[in-house]
Design a protein around this ligand. Structure first.
Ligand code: AP5
Ligand code: MG
Ligand code: ZN
Length: 213
């Protein structure tokens, strides 16, 4: 099963992708997490990506596409995967489509988590993310067991650099201009499933499992 998570920054793509990954035993592939891991490790890729991410802009397609295609070619992806944060514009979606076509394959579901912009800002300010594994928490909604420490891997939790209010606003603009057109793109392919992301996260997850059943 090959699944794409669509939705604005902070809509809950990562939160839901993590739960889907556990239940269906599929790798959760987040391009944002890959970039953040590279920034943390001080790689060339990380240095290049950081300049764009801190402004709330997309990292150039040539970099992003190469990383994504390398990742999905790995052994653990042979039964499928969940893409979180990719594709993020029409050209990326077209490249993915063409690659899948070559393999006689396709996307099974594009899950669009809908959350209005007003709710997004509140969520982002309370979010804390693990520097190592990318697990996501929220100070009020999903607190970690031990303050500042990741439940899953024990590394430290941070406020992401791009979660400052101004940057979140830029990310929302980029989302509306470049990413939202993917909703039509996957609708035309007949795989779009939209759901209300303002509900409790377990209710959202319940709906996703019904979609994937
Ligand atoms: P990326 O890391 O993908 O960030 P994003 O799309 O902006 O999305 P977020 O990770 O911020 O939000 P999310 O939807 O995963 O929400 P979460 O589950 O954490 O990308 C970052 C940057 O990398 C981009 O700006 C770009 O520069 C670059 N990049 C990445 N991919 C790229 C690509 N393909 N091309 C080019 N550039 C790329 O939830 C948010 C918060 O809400 C959490 O605190 C969570 O606990 C809480 N929450 C979740 N669900 C609920 C709920 N139902 N109710 C209440 N609270 C909830
Ligand atoms: Mg995320
Ligand atoms: Zn962790």
């Amino acid at each position: 099963m090959k699944i794409i998570m669509l939705g604005a920054p902070g809509a809950g793509k990562g939160t839901q992708a993590e739960m889907i990954s556990e239940k269906y035993n599929l790798p959760h592939i987040s391009t944002g997490d890959i970039f953040r891991a590279n920034i943390k490790n001080g790689t060339e890729l990380g240095k290049e990506a950081k300049g764009y991410m801190d402004k709330g802009l997309l990292v150039p397609d040539e970099l992003t596409v190469r990383i994504l295609l390398d990742r999905v070619a790995k052994e653990d992806c042979k039964n499928g995967y969940i893409l979180d944060g990719f594709p993020r514009n029409i050209p990326q979606a077209e490249v993915l489509d063409a690659e899948l076509n070559k393999l006689g394959d396709k996307i099974d579901a594009a899950i669009d988590i809908e959350v209005p912009d007003e709710s997004i800002i509140k969520r982002m300010i309370g979010r804390r993310a693990c520097v190592s594994c990318g697990a996501t928490y929220h100070l009020e909604n999903v607190p970690p067991k031990k303050e500042g420490i990741c439940d899953k891997c024990g590394d430290k939790l941070i406020l992401r650099d791009d979660d400052r209010e101004e940057t979140v606003k830029n990310r929302l603009n980029v989302y509306h201009e470049q990413t939202q057109p993917l909703i039509d793109f996957y609708q035309r392919k007949g795989v779009l499933k939209s759901l209300d992301g303002t509900k409790d996260m377990m209710d959202v997850f319940q709906e996703i499992t019904e979609i994937l059943a």
